[in-house]
Design a binder for this molecule. Structure first.
Ligand SMILES: [Zn+2]
Length: 172
C-alpha cells in the first residue's frame, strides 16, 4: 500500500516476469483499480488485493501459484478449508505464540469473475478475523501483512506448512 487515504496501491502489471521487475515498473492504482501512475494493465486479480486491503487494512498482499497450494486446495476443496495445527512454524504468523494453534486456511472455488470472488473473500474476511490467508482451488495462496516484510514471512511460513502437510499425507 502506498497510502491509506486516498487508497493507493502499488501492484505488478500483468504479463511481466515477476523475478525481473524493477521499481519503476510497478503501477499505482486507486480504490477502484484505476491506474493513477505507471504504464500497463494491473494484474487481473487486482480486485482480490483491494478486497484484502479494505477488510484487513493490510499494508502488503502477496499471491503465489505454488505446487503445494495448488494440490492441497484441490484435495481439501470439499471441506471448504484446510487446517494446519501443532507445527512450531505456526509461530511465524502474526499474533501466534504457540505451536498449539489451529490455523484455518479457507478454500474458495477458483473463478475468472474476480469481482464475484472478491465479494466472497471480503465477506469471509469480515467474519473470520483470525485467518492469515486463503486458497483458491487449483490456483494458489493469498496472504498479507502489515508491511511487505510481514507478508513475505507469511508466504514463507504458509508455503512451508502446506508442503509439510502435503508430504506428511503422502509419506514423502
Ligand atoms: Zn493468480
Amino acid at each position: 500500500m502506498v497510502s491509506e487515504r486516498p487508497l493507493r496501491l502499488a501492484i505488478t502489471p500483468t504479463g511481466l516476469d515477476k523475478g525481473a521487475l524493477e521499481a519503476g515498473q510497478f503501477l499505482e492504482i486507486d480504490e477502484a483499480a484505476r491506474v493513477v501512475r505507471g504504464n500497463g494493465m494491473p494484474s487481473a486479480e487486482t480486485g482480490l488485493h483491494l478486497a484484502i486491503v479494505r477488510t484487513r487494512g493490510a499494508g502488503a498482499v502477496l499471491h503465489t501459484h505454488s505446487l503445494w497450494s495448488t494440490v492441497l486446495s484441490d484435495v481439501f476443496s470439499a471441506d471448504g478449508a484446510l487446517a494446519l495445527d501443532g507445527f512450531e512454524m505456526l509461530k511465524g504468523l502474526r499474533d501466534i505464540h504457540t505451536h498449539e494453534h489451529r490455523e484455518i486456511l479457507p478454500i474458495f472455488e477458483n473463478c475468472q469473475n474476480i469481482a464475484q470472488l472478491a465479494t466472497q473473500v471480503e465477506a469471509l474476511l469480515k467474519h473470520e478475523p483470525a485467518v492469515h490467508g486463503f486458497l483458491l482451488r487449483r490456483h494458489g495462496l493469498y496472504t498479507w501483512g502489515q508491511d511487505l516484510a510481514e507478508a513475505k514471512r507469511h508466504v514463507e511460513i504458509l508455503e512451508f506448512l502446506l508442503e509439510a502437510l502435503g508430504r506428511s499425507r503422502t509419506g514423502v
